[in-house]
Unconditional design. Structure first.
Ligand code: NOJ
Ligand code: CA
Length: 528
């Protein structure tokens, strides 16, 4: 498997740093905490840790408002601490990926403070400043993803600036070559330190219409949806010029050898695959988020897998994401039993899986009382925006300890449920054991890591497909229903089942029974 890059062979594990492990009792996770848990992460069997932003930040959007791109927020630690963490990870064989947030900075970033100081400041053009429209209002109708107009009036210089997210997150002007150079230096700063790659925040939003045209109304808008859905994002997202920016980031990474560029992109599959670049010179992996919102039934998932495989250019490496810090947790979306099926799905599909911390123990969305809400997206769009706190609750390490062992202080968000790593550790039937088995099986299986995916079929509630490499064939069957079901199979042996007692059993040629919500990986005896 050596000719595949590490990020093609491997599995990525996302850590939301505020919530992984607190080491100093302030109730917020930090780098020492992450470092202390790296043995756990390595033993789980993943290959890379992606850490959401840890840069100095006023934390208006919990680190996605960066005030210094080349340092660490004191709340999380120090630059030296980060280097130690990275050294520790590398010694354990884990790669380290950072979150790169180039679309916007914090309004407290010195670049913005300079830009805002006067109209003729050399950094004025680093952000998107515009005069009011003739009626004195905002320059156009663009809406913020956090509610309201995307334009903020600035009294001092008498112009508006654009922010796709919070007003504390002014968008940078990527048409300005100085901005491009400054951001390129940021990439190089972390690459020089040894970082193995980046997940790039809102890559598809990076560049906006040069003429600042009004976005057209969205005919499909339904009342109650977030405000910005009132408009199609015709001039504020997925602009043709973005691809040149992606290429240039990739070119920088390529100078450093095997580093990975991953793009956060919420678009349709045909739009998404363009981010690989015309000849694969774009992002290594534009994140494939389809499973985050997929209707959970065999037919829909089968269609999704087939369509994605067909849409991918021949040079493009696929990837799948089951959870992240912006979406409800998989165990809450599909329920505990189907979350086990989802684990088998994620780790047997073709392409690199990304796993969200805590999903490996089946963490569910936490309950957040109204006076505990932290997420600015929810606080600023009450009743409209589904908050993101529930999926950001602290990692549950040990249910016998206060705050599940996450902190000795008061956690910044409540602990969601009682289950924990400690409780599941020795239990063969637990979610954690299932994930460990899956990760270990995947690691050793050429068919799973690099094989083709074929015969993706839904029959009733059962989804089946094959992973083939050389003369090996694995048959995967997922019962996505709440009743037992039969599945037609070749003869083989069960390598893994969500029903643990079944492992090692024979599968016969013809009809085999699957229990409710059972998923199996079968090694086929004599593949044709
Ligand atoms: C996407 C991030 O994942 C999300 O958490 C953040 O609020 C926005 N980008 C803005 O940076
Ligand atoms: Ca802390």
């Amino acid at each position: 498997m050596s000719e595949l890059a590490w990020w093609q062979r491997g599995v990525i594990y996302q850590v939301y740093p505020r919530s992984f492990q607190d080491s100093n009792g302030d109730g917020i996770g930090d780098l020492s905490g992450i470092s202390a848990r790296l043995e756990y992460v390595a033993a789980l069997g993943v290959d890379a840790v992606w850490i959401s932003p840890i840069y100095p930040s006023p934390m208006a959007d919990f680190g996605y408002d960066v005030a210094d791109y080349c340092n660490i927020d004191p709340m999380f630690g120090t630059l030296d601490g980060f280097k130690q963490l990275m050294g520790h990870a590398h010694r354990l064989g884990l790669k380290v990926l950072l979150d790169f947030v180039p679309n916007h900075s914090s309004n407290r970033h010195p670049w913005f403070e300079e830009s805002r100081s006067s109209r003729d400041n050399p950094k004025r053009d680093w952000y998107l400043w515009r005069d009011p429209s003739p009626d004195g209002g905002p320059p156009n109708n663009w809406l913020s993803r956090m509610g309201g107009s995307a334009w903020e009036w600035d009294e001092v210089t008498g112009q508006y600036y654009y922010h796709a997210f919070l007003r504390e997150q002014p968008d940078l002007n990527w048409r300005n070559p100085q901005v491009r150079r400054a951001m390129d230096q940021v990439l190089r700063f972390w690459l020089d330190l040894g970082v193995d790659g980046f997940r790039v925040d809102v890559l598809w939003l990076l560049i906006k219409d040069a003429q600042f045209r009004d976005n057209p109304p969205n005919p499909g808008y339904l009342p109650g949806e977030p405000d910005h859905h009132r408009l199609l994002q015709t001039y504020t997202e997925d602009q043709p010029d973005v691809h040149e920016l992606v290429r240039s980031m990739r070119a920088t990474l390529d100078e450093y050898g095997e580093r990975v560029l991953i793009g956060e992109i919420y678009l349709t599959v045909p739009q998404l695959v363009k981010y690989y670049g015309v000849n694969g010179e774009g992002a290594h992996m534009p994140f494939n988020f389809q499973l985050l919102s997929a209707r959970w039934n065999a037919e829909n998932i089968a269609r999704m897998i087939r369509d994605y495989d067909v849409a991918l250019p021949e040079y493009a490496w696929p990837n799948w994401v089951l959870g992240n810090h912006d979406n409800p947790r998989v165990a809450s979306r599909v329920g505990a039993a189907q979350a086990r099926v989802a684990a088998v799905l994620l780790l047997t599909l073709r392409g690199t899986p990304t796993l969200y911390y805590g999903d490996e123990i089946g963490m569910t969305d936490g309950y957040i009382a109204s006076d505990q809400i932290q997420d600015p997206a929810e606080l600023r769009q009450p009743g409209i925006c589904q908050g993101r706190d529930p999926e950001r609750t602290p990692m549950q390490w040990d249910g016998s300890l206060p705050n599940a062992g996450f902190t000795e202080g008061k956690p910044w968000l409540p602990i969601a449920t009682a289950t924990s790593v400690r409780e599941q550790d020795g239990d063969m039937a637990s979610m954690l054991s299932l994930y460990r088995r899956l990760l270990s099986l995947r690691r050793g299986s050429a068919a799973l890591v690099r094989g083709t995916i074929e015969n993706v079929v839904a029959e009733g509630d059962v989804l089946t497909y094959e992973r083939r490499y050389g003369n090996q064939c694995l048959f995967i069957a997922l019962n996505m229903g709440a009743d037992a079901a039969t599945v037609q199979s070749h003869a083989g042996m069960v390598l893994l089942s969500t029903v643990t007692t079944r492992i090692g059993d024979a599968f016969v040629q013809g009809a085999n029974l699957l229990a409710a919500s059972e998923a199996v990986i079968v090694i086929v005896d004599s593949p044709s």
